[in-house]
Ligand binder design. Structure first.
Ligand code: NDP
Ligand code: DXP
Ligand code: MN
Length: 394
């Protein structure tokens, strides 16, 4: 088999590090041609990864970090670059498999750009589908590109659907751990701190998705992601709380059968599946001892405790650019919570407020979907969220 050319956007993050780990275990620079790695502020780690994998190019998203990256790469053959244009240029470099693992809406433009070259995009960045799902899929189709899901639930659904027709699907169920505050009394949530919200019961992930897990905004994004990627009617998509995070998703078929994907909470499974697809290779993940586990638990995902789930239903119903507004408002609310400007439960209030304001005219539902329009709505929603945060914080 020809050596594959690989690029990783977001290499220094949690998904990025797991991807680098798998590539290294599968032969690293001896087995792959690493085209480009991108990171943000952690340029020391980015340079280390780029040297180890003999990458052609290392890009930091931040121009002010360029000098440090250049210095960290001194004496190596790795080219250094910085900024949004450099990310776009990295996406233009021919690659066979690209990991999209930047966090937030910032991950959308490089992924979109890469799809125009007909690549395979391993998509961890769920925000791309939430903000611009139909556009992303249409771009992939128009350019003969492929999108492979990496989010654990969506990889699980994808695997459960191998050999099946989507018409045979009756329901899709994604599981939710319930996050850091699953067992907290409802009235204690308002005083939850960023430190408390930043600890996940089962998964080791970046801080932002970990807090989103506690607020259920992660599951809200994933409901929308399911609708966009698999094209299933939202009424057929459910979330259920499963505290053990061992079943990642279940697909129910019209004959009543349910196929569940079971595995340890280790993202190297979903990343490795996408990396080796359509083959399966040995992966360094724990093997489950079901007798030892003994039992698996499930409980309803309560919309009173987690209003993000109700908001996700509204977003799926409205469609169009509503997902872009929802995600941007959520990102701004999360920033405000992490900065201690608003409380934990106020994040959902901010998002609901922004959706209410931006839905007053038909911009979100009637405008044609383009990258420019998504970025415009993203900007408007962040402005509206800043006002909502100021009102709550004053
Ligand atoms: N972590 C997980 O297990 C899972 C994550 N996901 C999704 O994968 C994506 C990545 O998550 P995760 O790895 O946890 O995130 P991390 O915060 O751990 O990593 C994010 C990566 O993006 C870089 N980055 C941050 N901000 C920007 C920006 N504005 N522009 C360009 N690059 C930026 C970071 O650089 P640096 O650190 O150098 O500053 C880092 O490389 C998210 O969309 C998340 O929802 C989905 C399922 C599971
Ligand atoms: C690993 C992964 O895919 C995360 O998105 C995970 O689902 C987070 O756990 P929660 O179920 O707590 O949101
Ligand atoms: Mn997930």
């Amino acid at each position: 088999m020809a050596r594959r050319r690989i690029t990783i956007f977001g290499a220094t993050g949690s998904i990025g590090e797991n991807t680098v780990d798998l590539l290294t275990r599968q032969g690293g620079a001896d087995a792959y041609d690493v085209v480009a790695l991108s990171g943000g502020r952690n340029v020391a780690r980015l340079a280390e990864q780029a040297r180890a994998l003999k990458a052609d190019l290392a890009v930091t998203a931040y121009p002010e970090c360029y000098d440090d990256l250049k210095a960290a790469l001194a004496g190596s053959s790795v080219e250094a670059a910085a900024g949004t244009d450099a990310l776009a240029e990295a996406a233009d470099r021919p690659a066979d498999w690209i990991m999209s693992a930047i966090v937030g809406a910032a991950g959308l433009p490089p992924g979109m750009r890469a799809l125009k070259h007909g690549t395979t995009l391993a998509l961890a960045n769920k925000e791309s589908l939430v903000t611009a799902g139909p556009l992303l899929l249409a771009t992939a189709k128009a350019h003969g590109a492929r999108i492979l899901p990496v989010d654990s639930e969506h990889s699980a659904i994808f695997q459960a659907l191998v050999g099946e027709e989507i018409d045979a699907v009756e329901r899709i169920i994604i599981t939710a751990s319930g996050g850091a505050f699953r067992d907290w009394p409802l009235d204690a949530l308002a005083n939850a701190t960023p430190e408390q919200a930043s600890s996940h019961p089962n998964w080791d992930m970046g801080q932002r998705i970990t807090v989103d897990s506690a607020s259920m905004f992660n599951k809200a994004l994933e409901l929308i992601e399911t609708k966009e990627y698999f094209g299933v009617d939202p009424a057929r998509i459910e979330a259920v709380v499963h505290p053990e995070s061992l079943i990642h998703a279940l697909v129910g078929f019209r004959d009543g059968a349910i196929m569940a994907h079971v595995g340890p909470p280790d993202m190297r499974h979903a990343i490795g599946y996408a990396l080796n697809w359509p083959d399966r290779r040995d992966l360094p993940v724990a093997r489950l001892d079901l007798a030892q586990i003994g039992q698996l638990n499930f409980r309803p995902a309560c919309e009173k405790r987690w209003p993000a789930l109700r908001l996700a239903r509204e977003v799926m119903q409205a469609g169009g650019l509503t997902g872009a507004a929802f995600n941007a408002a959520k990102e701004a609310a999360l920033d405000a919570f992490l900065a201690r400007r608003i409380g934990f439960t106020q994040m959902a209030e901010v998002v609901e407020d922004v959706l209410g304001r931006l839905s007053r005219d038909s911009t979100l539902t009637k405008s044609p979907l383009s990258l420019e329009k998504v970025l415009e709505v993203d900007h408007l929603a962040r402005e509206a969220a800043a006002e909502a945060v100021s009102a709550l914080a004053s």
